[in-house]
Design a protein around this ligand. Structure first.
Ligand SMILES: *Cc1c(COP(=O)(O)O)cnc(C)c1O
Length: 362
């Protein structure tokens, strides 16, 4: 078998080796059940325990207060682009901060169900920065304020929680569980799990119970938060295997020291990459320094040709999936919870050697 690589993919993405090994050990027979988690009924005793363990671990790790419900759903982050306005907008107005591709998609989807006020749109500048609080244009009658905490494609991240009078709704797909969050400030937090916490197929929604039940009449039951809460995420079959994998990931995360330790690590990992970039006259960064992401570092070389060489050369050293998103081109290193510090150090070292090699040739 090939040795494991350092996988810098943006999602689905690297998972801790300890988690994968535990899943392998339990794959064909979970506990004394004599069957795989993949083969179990979701209404049975074994899976019920896994499910409630996932919920209580998640509540503990992210310090989710009792006012908020945790839902384990399918449909990806993208389904939430529609679920959120269909449940919370009620045909009225909502404020959307568009700071990247996914928040742009969410705003376009929401327009089908009510009025969208763009609190900001940094698209004209190529999504290179996060606006400051005083730049946000908030409407008086918004039912919620929507933003995306970390822009996975552009490599920018909100380093503050916006102050708004309406409920805060946040897409945390690519930075969930990477740092402590004061959940009580939010009406709704959601994340496609495949970036930072589990395999693809699971979406976690954390919602203030007070926000449920305000849906439009046409909202399908499978998208209604009140119905999903009432059925404890089991209106239909939940993504059982992913929920099981989430429990392993959460146990691993707790052992590492929880979200405070993850916050420290993400700063160290991205710090290694940004240090190389800041001391370079070769690499080009687009994201403004104070908006840069701790999760996805984006940069480029002086030419597309060299970008390609960079990505190919890195892969030969076991540093894989560094190609930037097709929208932006360039290079992107996703530095999620499961990326060891050694992976970031190896990439930083490769970047320095690549620069030295290509600057003495000139
Ligand atoms: C990947 C991503 C999405 C889309 O996720 P899907 O689960 O594929 O729908 C949305 N928002 C952010 C921030 C992402 O990184």
């Amino acid at each position: 078998m090939k040795e494991r690589v350092y996988n810098f993919a943006a999602g689905p993405s690297t998972m801790p080796i300890e988690v994968l090994e535990k899943a392998r050990d339990e794959l064909v027979s979970y506990g004394d059940s004599g069957m795989s988690v993949m083969e179990m009924t979701h209404r049975g005793k074994d899976f019920s325990e896994i499910f409630s363990n996932a919920k209580s671990l998640f509540r503990e790790v992210l310090s989710v207060p009792d006012t908020h419900e945790i839902l384990f759903l399918q449909g990806g982050a993208t389904l939430q682009f529609a679920s959120i306005p269909m449940n919370l907008m009620n045909g009225g107005t909502a404020d959307y901060a568009v700071t990247g591709s996914f928040s742009g998609k969410a705003a376009r989807e929401a327009r089908k169900y009510g009025d969208v006020n763009l609190a900001c749109d940094t698209g004209a500048r190529g999504f290179d920065r996060i606006p400051e609080q005083n730049e946000l244009k908030l409407s008086d009658d918004a039912s919620y304020f929507y933003y995306c905490a970390n822009n996975t494609i552009y490599g920018t991240e909100w380093h503050y929680v916006p102050e708004t009078s309406s409920a805060l709704v946040c897409d945390m797909s690519s930075d969930i569980l990477s740092c402590p969050v004061d959940v009580s400030r939010y009406g709704l937090i959601y994340a496609g799990a495949q970036k930072n916490i589990a395999p693809a197929g699971l979406t976690v929604v954390v919602i203030d119970r007070g926000l449920a039940g305000k849906h439009m009449d046409i909202t399908p039951d499978i998208m209604r938060y009140d119905v999903l809460i009432k059925n404890d995420s089991m209106l239909n079959t939940p993504p059982c295997w992913c929920i099981y994998m989430l429990t392993l990931e959460l146990e691993w995360l707790k052992k590492q020291g929880g979200v405070a330790a993850m916050d420290q690590l993400r700063r160290e990992r991205s710090g290694m990459i940004y240090e190389v970039l800041d001391n370079s006259s070769f690499y080009i960064q687009k994201a403004e320094a104070n908006s840069r992401s701790f999760m996805n570092a984006t940069f480029r070389t002086p030419s597309e040709e060299l970008d390609r060489e960079f990505v190919e050369g890195a892969a030969k050293e076991g540093l894989v999936n560094l190609k930037g998103h097709r929208i932006t081109g360039g290079i992107r290193a996703s530095l999620y919870n499961a990326m060891p510090l050694e992976g970031a150090a190896a990439l930083a070292d490769y970047m320095k050697r690549f620069e030295a090699h290509n600057t003495c040739l000139k």
